[in-house]
Ligand binder design. Structure first.
Ligand code: UDP
Length: 242
């Protein structure tokens, strides 16, 4: 039986459908690419599949390493079955190397290796352009309490350690990434959304002269070309390694 009853939500890169089991959803990955809060848009055939396959493999790896995630199983190449979660409206960014907005907003030079990972938390709100929050602002907005904030930050640091190793094994440097969390039906906080080259900066380590070669959404953001090829390369390296 087709378990896609109805569309619950459509975002920039994914559609969420109801599942016959009310605790679950079907997440379909779209071929759309957006950047700069969707000011820049394009479609790349096969992107949805690649992000779905890459995310599934990474979620499986994290689950094996005791990270609670919403991922349950791959449904087909461009959709997965996940726990239904209530998304916490925060975008949790962890940075190992300074790049992107950190360098636009501060005097830190792009490419600087950070002494310790930096966690930047943004409000997930497109109308406000996802502003950077402070701990006090998170308290003020009552989005999560301090204990939950510590839990999420701790889990993000653990995920970073695991992902850094995972990507190093396939010759990629994990520069930074964005995570989203949510509450499942038991009220537990689990990792949601996706982990793919759409929300991770990944630099190719197969470069002898130290040039930065991005294999992630920066190829689209900065018109570097070879966008879908880069995503294909990540998927290939993961499959060759596993
Ligand atoms: N990121 C994301 N969604 C966003 C903003 C950022 O997935 O709405 C990811 C981005 O791909 C990068 C990391 O978070 O891996 C840090 O992004 P940054 O804050 O530097 O913003 P950007 O330079 O992408 O505007």
């Amino acid at each position: 039986m087709n378990s896609k009853f109805g569309l619950i939500y459509e975002g920039k890169a994914k559609k969420i459908f109801a599942h016959k089991d009310s605790d679950k959803v079907i997440i379909e990955f779209k071929d759309d690419a957006t950047a700069f809060n969707a000011l820049k848009k394009a479609k790349f055939e096969g992107k949805g599949e690649l992000n779905c396959l890459i995310s599934s493999k990474i979620f499986e790896f994290l689950i094996k390493n005791n990270i609670p995630t919403h991922f349950l199983e791959l449904k087909n190449n461009n959709s997965m079955i996940a726990q239904k979660i209530k998304i916490i409206p925060l975008e949790v960014v962890l940075r190992n190397i300074a790049y992107g907005s950190l360098c636009k907003q501060t005097t830190i030079k792009p490419g600087s290796v950070l002494e310790r990972p930096l966690i930047d938390i943004y409000l997930k709100n497109d109308n406000l352009n996802d502003p950077l929050l402070t701990k006090d602002r998170i308290n003020l907005l009552k989005i999560i309490d301090n204990k939950e904030l510590e839990f999420i930050s701790g889990m993000t640091l653990r995920i970073n350690k695991l992902l850094k190793k995972f990507f190093f094994n396939i010759n990629l440097k994990l520069v930074d990434f964005k995570l989203e969390f949510g509450y499942n039906s038991k009220g537990e906080i689990v990792l949601g959304d996706e982990i793919s080259p759409d929300n991770c900066r990944l630099w190719d380590l197969n470069q002898s002269n130290g040039t930065i070669v991005s294999l992630d959404k920066d190829r689209f953001r900065n018109d570097l070309g070879g966008f879908i090829e880069a995503y294909g390369e990540i998927n290939k390296r993961i499959n060759d390694f596993i």
